[in-house]
Ligand binder design. Structure first.
Ligand code: PFF
Length: 446
């Protein structure tokens, strides 16, 4: 089949913003703070920093490198590179698993993105004013139990995602990221500023940065490593797809450091915005997934300026989710666009519709289908489990192993622009540390 026109990032900055947009999402603003809360704060943060540095950066570089060399969707990029280097076709599975994971994740990611959109309105209308914890938790539970409401918001979120992606790589994704990323940073700064004014900023900082080593166990390690994967959008063909639109001139290692730094900064700032508010109101930092949809609204309903601060917070969450969801759709669209007669717009709508339909099954697991279970997990949790615990580590592992063991290392060294000592370190990390770390997580998850 002939290959059609392939988009390109218009500049390095545009690429950095798009990749950071993919990385910064619900994982940073929703998951990272609640995981930190549950895992005892700074001990988790420290382990997480080690994981993103020694496992995240090399795998990110590996995925971009593969994408840039292959210049195709992840499946055919892997098939092509494997052929060029005399390896078997089974390497295409690494790309295939990634694209499938992206498609599956998008389905439930869009459901949660929809919650964020719904809560923007709730916060703006003062919907949390004066409510107590029971009322707010009850409100959230009732919201989850109303499938038509969830469906409406899920549909809106998916439509926004499809709208951006359909416009193309540089004219859609890149342009949206250029607009939304600075807005995100600004909103987050305002919220951190608010955190400073609560009188509990130091308590928040201590929680995030003063480690309690007694909390460190295998579970924390595992959670940190798993989250490093999720937050950097690794193992889903997303970064590989983004790499396929990348020019030769971009320095991969330097760019990976920038993206990882920004992603971590967003997560830490989200923590610095959230925990002071939590502590100022004597709330529990370890309340889990409900932290931003129950605990925070409780605080918004009882503080001065709760309406603007709450509205900004959910705007932040919604925007962050959107810049990530567009990246989840892209690899699927790239595959369809290159391998079927569909044009960009039709390919995007087709992929979006498929993921949207699956999302309906996911959102029904909070109500009508709560009894539909496999391995004791409902559909929503099953999708999350299969993708983040099984597919991502495997696909990420495949990418790093291929780059570190199957490519000609002289070419890799030249592409990374490393001197002798730098390259020795790269080999140590890429060949051993990163793959072993991933195998360890994967194994323990099973
Ligand atoms: N990295 C995003 C987050 O932290 O929310 C989530 C995500 C986006 C995961 C894209 C995977 C992906 F391919």
């Amino acid at each position: 089949m002939s290959r059609k026109f392939h988009g390109h990032w218009s500049s390095r900055l545009g690429f950095v913003l798009a990749a950071t947009g993919s990385a910064v999402g619900l994982g940073n603003i929703w998951k990272f703070p609640y995981m930190t809360g549950q895992s005892g704060g700074a001990a988790f943060v420290l382990v997480y920093l080690l994981c993103v540095t020694f496992i995240g950066v090399p795998i990110l570089v590996a995925e971009w490198m593969l994408g840039r060399r292959g210049q195709r969707n992840p499946v055919h990029t892997m098939a092509r590179l494997a052929r060029q280097h005399g390896h078997g076709r089974q390497w295409a599975l690494v790309g295939g698993m990634g694209v499938l994971a992206a498609f599956l994740i998008l389905s439930f990611y869009s459901v949660i993105g929809g919650w964020a959109l719904a809560y923007i309105g709730k916060a703006a209308l003062g919907g949390f004013d004066g409510l107590d914890k029971l009322a707010i938790a009850g409100d959230f539970e009732r919201f989850l139990a109303r499938p038509m409401d969830l469906l409406r918001w899920h549909t809106l979120f998916m439509a926004l995602t499809v709208g951006v992606v359909a416009l193309g790589v540089s004219t859609g994704i890149e342009r949206a990221s250029r607009l939304m990323m600075p807005a995100l940073a600004l909103i987050l700064l305002v919220l951190v500023g608010y955190g400073m004014s609560t009188g509990s900023f130091l308590a928040g900082l201590r929680f995030l940065f003063a480690p309690d080593w007694s909390r460190l166990d295998a579970q924390v390690l595992l959670a940190a490593l798993g989250h490093a994967f999720f937050t950097l959008s690794l193992g889903m063909g997303v970064m590989m797809a983004y790499g396929s639109y990348l020019g030769r001139e971009v320095d991969l290692l330097r760019t990976a450091r920038t993206v990882v730094f920004l992603d971590t900064l967003f997560a830490l700032c989200a923590g610095m915005a959230i925990f002071p508010i939590v502590f100022a109101h004597g709330l529990d930092p370890a309340s889990g997934p409900g932290l931003v949809f129950v605990t925070l609204p409780l605080a918004f309903g009882h503080m001065a300026g709760g309406v603007p601060v709450g509205t900004l917070f959910f705007l932040l969450l919604g925007f962050a989710a959107l810049t990530s969801s567009i990246s989840l759709l892209e690899p699927v669209v790239e595959l369809l666009e290159e391998r079927t007669p569909l044009g960009r717009a039709t390919a995007t709508v087709t992929a979006g519709l498929g993921s949207w339909a699956l999302g309906i099954a996911a959102l029904l697991s909070f109500s009508l289908w709560s009894g539909v279970r496999l391995f004791d997990l409902n559909i929503f949790d099953l999708l999350d489990y299969v993708t983040s615990k099984l597919m991502l580590p495997l696909a990420g592992l495949g990418a790093i192993v291929f780059v570190a063991w199957k490519l000609d290392q002289r070419g890799v060294r030249a592409e990374l622009g490393l001197g002798r000592p730098g390259f020795a370190l790269w080999l140590l990390v890429a060949r051993f540390i990163a793959p072993l770390g991933v195998v360890f997580v994967f194994w323990s998850n099973l």
